[in-house]
Design a protein around this ligand. Structure first.
Ligand code: ADP
Length: 539
């Protein structure tokens, strides 16, 4: 067989050839509804590549992005990756020290930033060692003032090029993108994706039992382009020629999301659980229905049963849960119904849908005990979850084996604790560091959170372990009540009776106005553990 390389530029050429007239719709800070086509996007990606060459970017060099989901960010994915540079997507909500660390560690030569993030970069600019200039993602009319030197306007750079740029030949095993893990413990760690891993991962994502993408679909990634390459959506939608809809800075805004879903006929939307809380709340309060949406893919954190139920029973929308991580590009498992399980009744299907899903071809799974022995797939035994496959990282960027993240026999240790049932469905019980150890036994914080969120008065819940003189640790439940709800602590704890083992029932509950979230919408458990470190349990 021929050995034609699997490269980002090959996707760019394919989508321009076969799906050039398919639409891309974006919300941006300077335009509430920008529309153009995949053909336009790929032409502009070539113009960008030509402009970057003139700025001196060489193959392998990193360009950092600090931007929301919109068409300019998408063009950077292709213009940078296609030309053999590395697109380093940066999470704008990280602390300034983390941003400085990441940009210096990646040795980003240029940064491309949304105008709203320019002040953030100005504040840290004096600490950035490698950055030669900034490209502001807007046109001349909207260019902000800046105290920095060498600031360029994106539209001016792109507008000066003809688009006759030829994509260079690149090795499919050379780097195309870079993402850092959020680094809740220690410094953030970089994961370097290559062209081949990116394409294999995108291919896998398209399959009917995974994300199920076709040219007929309209796809709304609410997962940020800076969060593990938006789960591969910028690539997989181009391979199939799907319409793409991007919400720009309006990620967490239920009203904008609803309007995009409705007016653009979105069939598939993807994001972490918290963004769907905002959407479900909006539609409920405004008497709307999600009639056109067929499917949501939800991952990045455990999905509450009540959310799966609300999508299914109120809106007729299938919620597919997925599990993965930055180190895995990110897809590991996706929860779709296997042949033979159709006879499960409605409740049993819901139970199954709360699991993280089953293995996707290309990502092997195993669970092991402390001694490294493989555990049975009986749905009961839990252990450290390890993975292996062509889109799983073999090491962290520049760490060269120092992180201790891989086993001697070549598996990546995910830091998650899981069970796998006889059908191959994985259930995440916890992150290793979030597990609550009570009297020598483990309690799953995720299961307690899901149970609490099943209560109709609960908007959001988190469970952490706090120290206990007799049991080492006991679970403490933190709850955000729905607006106007008068749920008492007694009633909240009584709700667990019969739903979980008695000794799992949290020892105490604290009602809070809100929970702290990371930029990717996950509850910051580290912060909660610090905040409640001296909490005296009443139970
Ligand atoms: P970080 O949160 O460290 O930035 P990722 O975004 O890569 O990194 O998150 C990966 C982690 O998110 C997984 O290791 C797992 O703990 C958690 N996670 C992802 N999907 C799920 C899921 N469906 N259920 C439970 N936990 C999940």
């Amino acid at each position: 067989m021929m050995d034609t390389p699997l490269t980002i530029s090959a996707i760019a050429d394919h989508v321009a050839t076969f799906h050039g007239s398919r639409e891309i719709v974006s919300v941006t800070a300077d335009n509430p509804r920008h529309r153009y086509t995949w053909g336009d996007a790929m032409l502009r990606a070539k113009k960008l590549a030509a402009a970057l060459k003139k700025l001196g970017l060489q193959q392998g060099d990193r360009l950092g992005t600090v931007a929301w989901n919109d068409y300019r960010h998408l063009e950077i994915y292709y213009g940078v990756g296609g030309a053999g540079h590395v697109c380093h997507t940066i999470n704008p909500r990280l602390f300034p020290e983390q941003l400085i660390f990441i940009i210096n560690h990646a040795e980003d030569r240029w940064l491309a930033v949304d105008p709203m993030f320019l002040p953030l970069i100005e504040k840290i600019a004096e600490h950035l060692n490698s950055v030669e200039g900034i490209i502001v993602l807007t046109d001349e009319a909207h260019m902000p003032e800046s105290s920095l030197d060498n600031v360029h306007c994106y539209e001016t750079l792109v507008g000066a090029e003809s688009g006759d740029f030829e994509w260079p030949q690149v090795d499919e095993r050379s780097a195309s993108a870079l993402c850092y893990t959020s680094g809740t413990t220690g410094d953030p760690k970089g994961v370097l994706y290559n062209h081949r891993s990116t394409i294999l991962h995108a291919y896998a994502g398209i399959a009917p039992d995974v994300l199920s993408l076709s040219s007929q679909d309209t796809v709304l990634p609410v997962v940020p382009l800076f969060h593990v390459n938006a789960w591969g959506i910028p690539y997989s939608t181009a391979i199939v020629g799907a319409k793409l809809v991007m919400p720009g800075p309006k990620m967490g805004d239920g009203e904008t999301l609803y309007e995009l879903l409705d007016s653009e006929d979105v069939s598939i939307a993807l994001g972490v659980p918290t963004v769907w809380l905002a959407l479900l709340q909006y539609v409920e309060q405004n008497g709307k229905r999600l009639d056109k949406l067929e499917r949501t893919v939800v991952g990045g954190a455990a999905v509450p049963r009540s959310m799966i139920e609300a999508f299914r029973d109120i809106h007729g929308v299938e919620l597919r849960q997925g599990w993965g991580m930055t180190e895995m590009s990110p897809i590991g498992t996706v929860n779709s119904l296997k042949s033979g399980l159709e006879s499960l009744d409605s409740e049993a299907r819901l139970d199954l849908a709360t699991k993280a899903g089953r293995g996707v071809f290309g990502c092997e799974l195993r669970i092991v005990d402390d001694a490294g022995n493989e555990l049975p797939w009986d749905g009961v035994a839990y252990g450290a979850l390890q993975v292996r496959g062509p889109w799983v990282c073999s090491d962290y960027f520049k760490l060269e084996g120092k992180s201790g993240s891989h086993t001697d026999d070549g598996w990546f240790d995910t830091g998650d604790v899981a069970t796998i049932d006889p059908e191959g469905y994985l259930a995440i019980t916890d992150r290793t560091k979030d597990v609550i150890k009570s009297g020598g036994e483990w309690i799953s914080s995720i299961e307690l959170e899901n149970t609490a969120m099943g209560h109709p008065d609960v908007a959001e819940a988190a469970v952490i372990g706090v120290s206990h003189p007799k049991w080492t640790e006991r679970p403490l439940l933190l709850v955000v009540r729905n607006e106007g709800a008068e749920l008492s602590d007694k009633a909240m704890l009584a709700y667990f009776k019969g739903r979980v083992a008695d000794w799992w029932i949290p020892s105490d509950v604290v009602f809070v106005d809100e929970l702290p979230h990371t930029a990717t919408g996950k509850v910051k458990k580290v912060e909660l553990r610090q905040q409640f470190a001296d909490f005296k349990l009443s139970g």
